[in-house]
Ligand binder design. Structure first.
Ligand SMILES: C[S@@+](CC[C@H](N)C(=O)[O-])C[C@H]1O[C@@H](n2cnc3c(N)ncnc32)[C@H](O)[C@@H]1O
Length: 242
């Protein structure tokens, strides 16, 4: 049986495992304690990998007193940002435990911050209801949105916000599931799985999961390369009850 033929939940676990191996290996290049003991919390959210390009921090909406989860938080900067903005609970979720060890070492002392290791869909299912879910080139980029979006819908409170960044397919690339490589500092290459769709397809996926798209900000590579980031905000309808 190929990976493509696995049942949806099985493929999600395979994807999560492949990505955990890659990102734990990235983390192992800088063991906990190698960097500064406590990092500064960023003052703004950078939604794209091009600082200063993309919507501002306000794209996430109000955070004070809210329950917030970041899906694929990596080393935790943006989860820490949410906590520093007054979130009642800021949960950083990442499938790579070694990345979360780094997050803990950098930001673990902040009140209201909790770190959870595991695949975003699995972890989310056991979380309290959330006001805000967000992801910056995180779980919505690295796991199947047809699997993850319905779980996000089920954990968001009515009226809750989902905001995330992904890349659109590059020119000539087919949409959907792709296997690329992460290159370690040794030159070794490790597979990673990600999912890329254009803005219309994202809006369809979001609608199928019971949410509505509020805004899609398109940011093209300022250096003129092929990459195009999509920064998307969606909402669970205020009146939905499940
Ligand atoms: C490109 S990094 C982005 C990290 C962070 N959002 C940032 O902006 O710096 C992607 C992160 O997503 C995590 N990830 C990948 N698949 C995931 C999944 N299924 N569930 C949770 N985290 C996942 C990886 O381990 C990695 O830390």
């Amino acid at each position: 049986m190929t990976n493509e033929n696995l049942p949806e939940g099985g493929r999600a676990l395979v994807d999560a495992w492949v990505n955990a191996v890659a990102w734990n290996s990235i983390a192992a290049q800088q063991p906990p304690g190698a960097g500064p003991p406590q990092a500064a919390v960023p003052e703004v959210i950078e939604w794209t990998c091009w600082p200063g390009h993309g919507p501002g921090s306000a794209f996430l909406g109000a955070l004070t007193g809210r329950r917030v989860a970041e899906l694929g938080c990596g080393t935790g900067e943006h989860t820490a940002y949410a906590a520093a903005c007054g979130a009642r609970l800021a949960i950083g979720v990442d499938v790579a435990g070694a990345r979360l060890q780094q997050a803990r070492a950098r930001f673990g002392v902040l009140p209201a911050v909790v770190w959870k290791t595991g695949d975003a869909a699995e972890v989310l299912a056991a979380l309290p209801r959330l006001d805000v879910c967000f992801s910056i080139y995180g779980a919505l980029w690295y796991s199947d949105p047809a699997h993850l979006l319905p779980v996000i819908h089920s954990r968001l409170k009515p009226g809750g916000i989902l905001a995330f960044t992904v890349n659109a397919p590059c020119p000539g690339e087919l949409p959907g599931r792709r296997v690329d490589n992460l290159t370690l500092s040794t030159g070794a290459r490790l597979p990673v799985v990600h999912y890329s769709y254009d803005a219309d397809t994202w809006q369809r996926l979001i609608a199928t999961a019971g949410m509505s798209t509020q805004e899609v900000v398109t940011v093209d590579d300022p250096a003129g390369g092929d990459y195009r980031a999509l920064v998307i905000r969606a909402q669970r309808p205020a009146e939905s009850r499940k």
